[in-house]
Design a binder for this molecule. Sequence first.
Ligand SMILES: [Ca+2]
Ligand SMILES: [Ca+2]
Length: 341
Amino acid sequence: MARRPGRDRMWLELARAFASGFAMALAALAVMAALQGGPLPGWVFRAGSLPAATMPPANPPSLSDAVPERVVFQMKDPSGDDNGPGGYVYPTHDTFVPGLLDLTAFAVGTGGGHVYFDLTFRAVNNPWDAPEGFYHQLIDIYIDTTPGEGRTEPLRPGPRVRFDPAHAWDVRVRAAPFGGTRLHRAGDAPDAPGLARGLAAQVLKDGRTIRVAVPAAAIGTPQPSWRYYVLVGGFDAFGDDGYRAVGPEPAEWRFGGRDPAAAGPQVIDILAPRWWRSQARQLRSFAVPGDDPASRGSMAYALLHPVGPGQQPWLWAAGALAAAGLAGSRRLYGRRWQRRS
Ligand SMILES: [Ca+2]
Ligand SMILES: [Ca+2]
């Protein structure tokens, strides 16, 4: 009977330790989610309807009016990282306004027999009146839809990157001005024209979001297992696979900041988390002079990693932090309890 208050206190301290560990876990999650900018874990963000959902019209979709019935994946991208691996600068022509190639958000939605890809930028302009409402953005979305199949090199070498062999791509959706929007498959020849029928790209009414619509019959229904590589480059009708070149120094129609001796990429922004597999870390993974020559060829290009729903490395980090917090407070309270009794 005499030991009972002590035992009660022990349970009380244990409960407090657990509560503090749980609070730390929640705090760690909140801080990391805020800093990371997504992707949000599936149990926090559930794919659901957007407000005021309406049935999108039949093919071809009126992109500006359609509201996807369901959002299956969305993720933010850091602002101000429209500098490739870091240090790339825009061409000097005055139509290259700041933020033009700075992706800030990406979303995949479905509805009305279409799959929608919404890419929001810091700025969009249309100096040559392209019917799509944008001119400078070149968007390539390489998607791993089928595990164990696909390609690890781009359709054509333009972006100067390679893809994670664990997530080889099966489908490429490209958005480009003046009718350049296409769907290609991994089995296509590099010069294949790709599917254009039923695809469309359009700037939405916010003036900053480029929506790409692809018939679901052509691409399938997005699954939680799908993984996305989202590449943004400068559009150049005469460029390598449509990519505007990056040179050592910027010129009127050329980006600057690339080491001419190294295998640096020709993409300006990619969808990537702020940490872990950050954009800079991925885009700097190309070979530089002095590297082992055996690593040259296509292997020399930067290795990219995809993103997708339910794939949050930071969640694991937050979990580890929470466990450490719980263990720490358990020890702290445990010691205090021992001292008291
Ligand atoms: Ca960005
Ligand atoms: Ca980015």
